[in-house]
Design a protein around this ligand. Sequence first.
Ligand code: CA
Length: 242
Amino acid sequence: MPGVASVLVVEDDPAIVDPLTRALGREGYAVEVAGTIAAAAQVLAGGEGQAPVDVVVLDRGLPDGDGLELVRRAREAGSALPFLVLTARAEEVDLVIGLDAGADDYLTKPFRLPELLARLRALLRRAAPEVDDDPLGERTVLTARGVTLDQGSRQVWKDGEQLRLSAKEFDLLRALLREAGTVVSRDKLMSRVWGADWFGSTKTLDMHVSWLRRKLDDPLSGAGDQRLITTVRGVGFRFERD
Ligand code: CA
């Protein structure tokens, strides 16, 4: 991302717009605000003196309709512009992320500012794959399936809620998220989390996976979230991709 990244905030609620634009400004972003779909469409269409927008933070409840309309229009026009959608309820997530709208990520309100900033950084990084800013695989923010992990601050969020993980649980989740969508072998996880010269049983790995599942748990399911971390018998574990 050469120079300053530009964020368009599409939101009509001053209680969100004001602190958000201040925080984005402090982080070094160029910020534009639009309070309606029509105003946002105008900014996105560009024009004289209008810097191109790199990422959009989009509220759904706007005075002239559902903000998702903007995502649909952009996708119809073949635009890959990343949208981070603010939704009021977790149940809306399928609609937001699904094929229907084609948004890139979401946050449920109320959200925490550090998480929004982490998600924005992840979206901008994904949008600029030609820039290898991560030669050592030390990307700051890893994210999949509503789980966001910030390697710098060692913080983790699930659907906007911050999780308290032990150091080992954090290292384990990081090792899995780094290779989300592929199976990570037990040996590799052991050396990533317990160091290259571990020896003995890997039972402790299973214990930590089970604790981690419980912390990632969906309140609706009972015994640890099996849907995020899949056990691949005889091989290892896989953190499922979106
Ligand atoms: Ca609103």
